[in-house]
Structures are given as C-alpha cells and as structure tokens.
Design a protein around this ligand. Sequence first.
Ligand SMILES: NC(=O)c1ccc[n+]([C@@H]2O[C@H](COP(=O)([O-])OP(=O)(O)OC[C@H]3O[C@@H](n4cnc5c(N)ncnc54)[C@H](OP(=O)(O)O)[C@@H]3O)[C@@H](O)[C@H]2O)c1
Length: 329
Amino acid sequence: MFKGMLISLADGAQRNEIREFSEDELPHGSALVRVLYSGLNYKDALAVTGKGKVIRMFPMVPGIDLAGEIISSENPAYRPGDLVLITGSGLGELHWGGYAQMARVPAEWLVPIPQGMSAESAMIIGTAGFTAMLSVMAIEMAGAVPDGREVLVTGATGGVGSIATALLAHAGYSVCAVTGRMELADYLRELGAKTVMRREDALNAPQKPLASERWGAVIDSVGGETLASAVRACSIGAPVAACGLTGGANLALTVMPFILRGVALLGIDSLNCPYERRLQAWKRLAADLTPEALAAVGKTHPFSDIERLSAELMQGHIRGHAALDMSQF
Ligand SMILES: NC(=O)c1ccc[n+]([C@@H]2O[C@H](COP(=O)([O-])OP(=O)(O)OC[C@H]3O[C@@H](n4cnc5c(N)ncnc54)[C@H](OP(=O)(O)O)[C@@H]3O)[C@@H](O)[C@H]2O)c1
C-alpha cells in the first residue's frame, strides 16, 4: 500500500482526497516507479485548486512531473534502482501522475536523471525548469547570441522565469527581468539579472504597431499584453519564446513586428517535446544550472502542504520553483 492524492468529480464539484492505494489500482504501463519527489507547477496548482481545466479524465492522481527510482521495468533500458524523471506526456492530465508514492507509466516517457543530479534537484527544476531550458534552446537555434542586445524574461520570479534568468545569465546574456514583485529584485539579481523592471514599465502603447527596438530576444511565460508589448519592442531578427499565459491567453498584435523587423515568435510545448530534445535539455540543465542558482530558486516542502502551496502559487506568492517530498504525507 502507498499514499497519494486522488481528485474526483461528484455532481460537478471537485473532491480532493488523500488516501491509500494498492499497486493493482495503478494504470497500465511498462515501468513501476517509486516516486521520491514531485514538482509544484502552475498547472498543478490549477488542478489542485480546481481553478483550471487541467485534468481531462476523472478520477485522477494529479502531478504533471515526478522523479524517483525504478522498481521494475519491462523495458531492459531501465533496472531497479535507476533514477528517472518524467515531465509532461499527459501525466496528471490523462494518466495518473506524480502526486502519489508510486506510479506505473509507459517506459518511453522516462528520462534518466543525469549523472550528478539528485531526484530532489530534478524536481526543483521540474517542468518549469525544463520549459525554461527549451526556451533558451529555441532562441539560440533562432540566432540569439550572448553578446547581442538585452534578453527580456517575463514572469521572472516564477518557476519558468527564475530558471530562464539563471540559465541565460550563466550563458553570458544580459538579462532584463520583469516582475510584479519588485521586493524580489535582489533575488533576481542574485540569479544573474542585469536589470530588474517593474511589470507596468514593460508595457507599451497597444495602439502602436511597433515600439522602440530594445530586446535581442524574449522568454515570456506571461502572455497577453506583456507578450504583445515585448514583441512590439523587439529589435531586428529577435526570437521570442512564448511558453505561458499567467497574464492572459489573448495576443493583440499587428503583423508589423514580423514583416518589418523579422521577429520570430516561437511556441514552446514541453508536453510533446521530442525525446532526443528532452535528453539534450536535461543534459544542459545538469551542466548549466549552478548549485548556487538551484539553491536560490528551489525549496522542498512536505507533500502534506500541497493544498496551501497550490493556493499560494495561484495568488502569486511562491518564488522560484518548489519540489514536494513524497515521503511526507
Ligand atoms: N509551454 C509549456 O510547455 C509550459 C510548461 C511549463 C509552464 N508553462 C506555463 O508557463 C507559465 C508560468 O509557469 P510557472 O510554473 O513559472 O508559474 P509560476 O511559478 O506561478 O510563475 C508565474 C509568474 O508569472 C507572473 N504572473 C502571475 N500572474 C501574472 C499576471 N496576472 N500578470 C503578469 N504576470 C503574472 C509572476 O511573476 P512576477 O511576480 O515575477 O511578475 C509569477 O511568478 C504558466 O502559464 C504555465 O502554464 C508552460
């Protein structure tokens, strides 16, 4: 028997329950994993608080990522005791996820935790850090270079934003971090931001198709008017990685930044990321995220705090990215 969280729907109302499970209740899959840590992501908070339609099949064990050790695997690539992680792939949405002490999953979803990285660090990075790395890789593939103009990071004190700031600074980019929490400016400077800008100051006139050229590249986890303003203020050829919507899902723009400045809008989808790119991203995360950056970004909490932490994340009160210790229910 093991413990986990189950979310069900009864008469249209969401019910969250911590309960004991037996192994045979787990869904089918070729690998059985003891979950050591899970992550607290924006999507997880939406699912736990019921504020967003993340879960697409009930009842569901939530948790869009996990890190743990193999108990058994039909795939010979994995042996008992191997440390593995999963992000996305439908975990916690269509397939029982990381908020239980055991998970049974298709072995193709597993990524070996890179040498030298602990399961706890893997979940302090989690889906948020993985997405930040995919965003960095995307702007680099589209031509961003460290000695170019400033790179804008929005939602900078959040999970994606904090890790994007640390990764870009480590790679030598000059980062301008935009935040609604100026009281965390020192934290962003500690991660390597050269400039910290108030959220309101990053907005420009929506009626104008273009604003003065400023950004050499953008990593945006906010969407809405923040993303539109960032695109309008991009310099010639700047790539923009769009990965989130905490500030809104709409995008009110003209085509001018694209046709007059060659701005490249790049969508980031961590869920369906091809396997080879997953491996590449985790290898780079292991190499490029310094222990100091990881210690600043992340904190590990007992899983028993999940309801409180989810509510705090929805109110924008969590800094960086939190891991959840699955031994503490
Ligand atoms: N595309 C993908 O595959 C993928 C993967 C992971 C996450 N995401 C998305 O990326 C976004 C960020 O995820 P996360 O895990 O980093 O979340 P998070 O830790 O909650 O951080 C989000 C940050 O956004 C800013 N923010 C919140 N509400 C805002 C508002 N109303 N207007 C402007 N800024 C606001 C805040 O930063 P400041 O206080 O510093 O301003 C907050 O810390 C979410 O939308 C998530 O769904 C997408």
